[in-house]
Design a protein around this ligand. Structure first.
Ligand code: NAD
Length: 444
């Protein structure tokens, strides 16, 4: 099939690469010329494990191409997949300008039948808006061309995006058009060979499904974070409690990890957007309101622990920070807890030496105006030299089994604030280290 992917970010690139990998002809469009130039030169603008290889392979096979030429992109694919950003508007609702801009371009340049597929996360009713925008452009051109708009929210997770796309738990298709549904079935057939994973529903329910999924996952995290705070007060260990409840099949293990707050490009903005959607129809989502509030508070718990240990004036102190990305295996720092932690430490007068396997370039962009107080280390252990304590904000695998003796030798004070509970409280390596986790007793 001929597929155009509009927007070449995390979702667009993974979608385009995976669709090309199963034999489709894919053209990825972006309005950012620098992104496309880099891709055309064999580079890649994001860090996503495995993506580089798939892109290279399919570019070499001639099945995957990139362009900034909107007209060419619209003319190319029978399928037009919209994967542009839907950032929060000023009031928290989803800003649809990029989605509707893409729709406008489709209406402006299409010359034959198109299935317009919305993969971006969009509020209920957006498919109807996309359809209206395309129809208005066609009317303006006095063109009578058939098209169908399908809602097909994306559930991939950064860090394991290729695996998620290639082996999805489910594929949600929101449409009542049999022809479009047939085309979507054909598109996704290679990704569901074991059994049918397609869930067909109306477009509004499909749109809500994406928000509901993210809201449920965020709820689990905030619930555990609240229990972790309680656990600290009660002198219990949240990690034992987590194991105690996760082993209940009705509860399960996923998204039960307490930490220093969730971040990323999706949970915070999607929860805001769902709250706005509910408010617009006179609904109040009490649980979700609390989920968001709990998360905001959680992003500060590590700094609270630092202040409790070192006092409110951190002038003259340096902190090593391991982990900048909002989660492991990505360079994405959107809404990352590390941003809140760094900003607070700098505000309190501290210096920060940060290390992350993938996100240092992104951090340099985010914190460009803090060069004096904030610096970066090329190796996690180097970050410890002349630092007063270590703070862990992201659970990258490479942090899990460090040389504790080297940590003790390199830090001025052997103090660790572990925002992801990556160490076993009873690990002998922690002997002689003041250790502060989340929701568990600290140990000296
Ligand atoms: P992103 O910011 O990484 O990429 C969006 C891209 O779209 C950018 O490169 C931008 O330049 C481009 N763009 C904007 N307007 C355009 C236009 N009119 N034509 C062509 N290109 C245009 O965003 P993302 O993380 O890939 O997210 C895209 C959507 O998918 C969002 O709605 C997001 O909520 C949703 N989503 C994201 C994830 C994720 O893990 N990142 C997962 C599931 C769903």
């Amino acid at each position: 099939m001929k597929v155009t992917v509009i927007g070449s970010g995390y979702v667009g690139l993974v979608t385009g690469a995976c669709l090309a990998d199963v034999g489709n002809d894919v053209l990825c469009l972006d309005i950012d010329p620098a992104k496309i130039a880099l891709l055309e030169a064999g580079g890649i603008c994001i860090y996503e494990p495995g993506l580089d290889e798939i892109i290279k392979k399919n570019v070499a096979a001639g099945r995957l191409n990139f362009t900034t030429d909107v007209k060419r992109a619209v003319e190319f694919g029978t399928l037009q997949l919209i994967a542009v950003g839907t950032p929060p508007d000023e009031d928290g609702s989803a800003d649809l300008q990029y989605v509707l801009g893409a729709a406008r371009n489709i209406g402006k340049y299409m010359t034959d039948y198109k299935v317009v597929v919305d993969k971006s996360t969009v509020p209920v009713g957006t498919a109807t808006k996309v359809e209206a925008v395309i129809r208005a452009e066609l009317d303006r051109r006095s063109a009578d061309i058939e098209f169908s708009v399908v809602s097909n929210p994306e559930f991939l997770k950064e860090g394991v995006a290729i695996e998620d796309f290639m082996r999805p738990d489910r594929i949600v298709i929101g449409s009542d058009d049999p022809n479009a549904i047939h085309i979507m079935r054909t598109l996704y057939a290679p990704f569901q060979r074991k059994h049918d994973r397609l869930l067909i529903m109306d477009s509004r329910s499909a749109e809500l499904t994406k928000y509901a999924a993210n809201a449920m996952l965020a709820t689990r995290i905030s619930f555990m974070n609240e229990l972790a705070l309680l656990s600290e007060k009660l002198g219990t260990d949240i990690e034992l409690v987590r194991q105690g409840i996760g082993s209940d099949m009705r509860i399960g293990w996923h998204f039960l990890y307490p930490g220093c707050g969730y971040g990323g490009s999706c949970f915070p903005k999607d929860i805001q957007a769902l709250l706005r959607t509910a408010a617009a129809v006179g609904g109040e989502l009490k649980v979700l309101t609390a989920v968001e509030q709990a998360n905001e508070r959680q992003k500060s718990v590590l700094v609270d622990k630092v202040v409790a240990r070192f006092g409110p004036d951190l002038t003259g102190l340096t902190f090593a920070l391991w982990g900048l990305a909002f989660k492991p295996d990505t360079d994405d720092m959107r809404e990352a807890p590390s941003r809140v932690i760094i900003a607070a430490l700098l505000r309190l007068g501290a210096k920060v030496v940060a290390y992350d396997p993938a996100a240092i370039d992104e951090a340099r962009r985010v914190f460009s105006h803090h060069d004096g107080q904030l610096s970066y280390a090329a190796h996690p252990m180097v970050a410890l030299d002349d630092s007063d304590a270590l703070i862990i904000a992201t659970e990258w695998k490479e942090f899990r089994s460090p040389d504790f003796d080297a940590i003790k030798a390199r830090l001025r004070n052997p103090v660790i604030f572990d925002g992801r509970n990556i160490f076993d409280l009873h690990d002998d390596g922690l002997k002689g280290i003041e250790y502060f986790g989340i929701g568990r007793a600290s140990r000296a």
